[in-house]
Design a protein. Sequence first.
Length: 225
Amino acid sequence: MFSHFPKTRQPLPSEYAAIYEKHYKSNRDGKTVASSVSQRMETWMHRQVAKSTGENLRTLEIGAGTLNHLSYERTQYYDIVEPFEVLYQSSPLLSRVCNVYSDISEIPSEGGYDRIISIATFEHILNLPDVVAETCRLLNNGGVLYVAVPNEGRFLWKAAYTVSTGMEFKLKYGLDYRVIMNYEHCNTADEVEDVIRHFYDKVNMKVFGFSRTMCLYRYFECKKG
């Protein structure tokens, strides 16, 4: 079923590689007009996930980035998976994190999480079925996986980033932002949903919009049978 995984990325052209890390950090920090607007839109994903927070719920976040989701959380036990250290190392919220992992496979089998969460990350993961399988291993009985992703692969999402971040990127660097998006987003929202539904028996989905076709984001609550 998942013969096209793990996926691979072709190296970025040199002119993109030269600015990639600086652009990525600036974009995640919301330091440009377009990225600031984008982050306000992304608030929907954070709020959906944060509805499940609780002080005594052991939580793991996959793809914690700059720790921007942590401000929505009340949980006292919070671990993260984030391979890109430069994103979180200067965050004032880092003191609230218990354990940091660069890969989910590093987490001991007795991880015992009540909830595993991920916001705008599953579209980036090359070996997504392996990662989702690991979440099944790490969740306690009755634990829940909460995932929110942009609606990659659908028209409305492409149109939204083209007229916002894409235009800003073109004006600043004279380059086509689609190259960056195609490099970063290796999975469509449909592929993410297919993988999740393969491993989890009970999946509830919400969309920020009208349907899978006409929305900006999808949100999933996933439980085993």
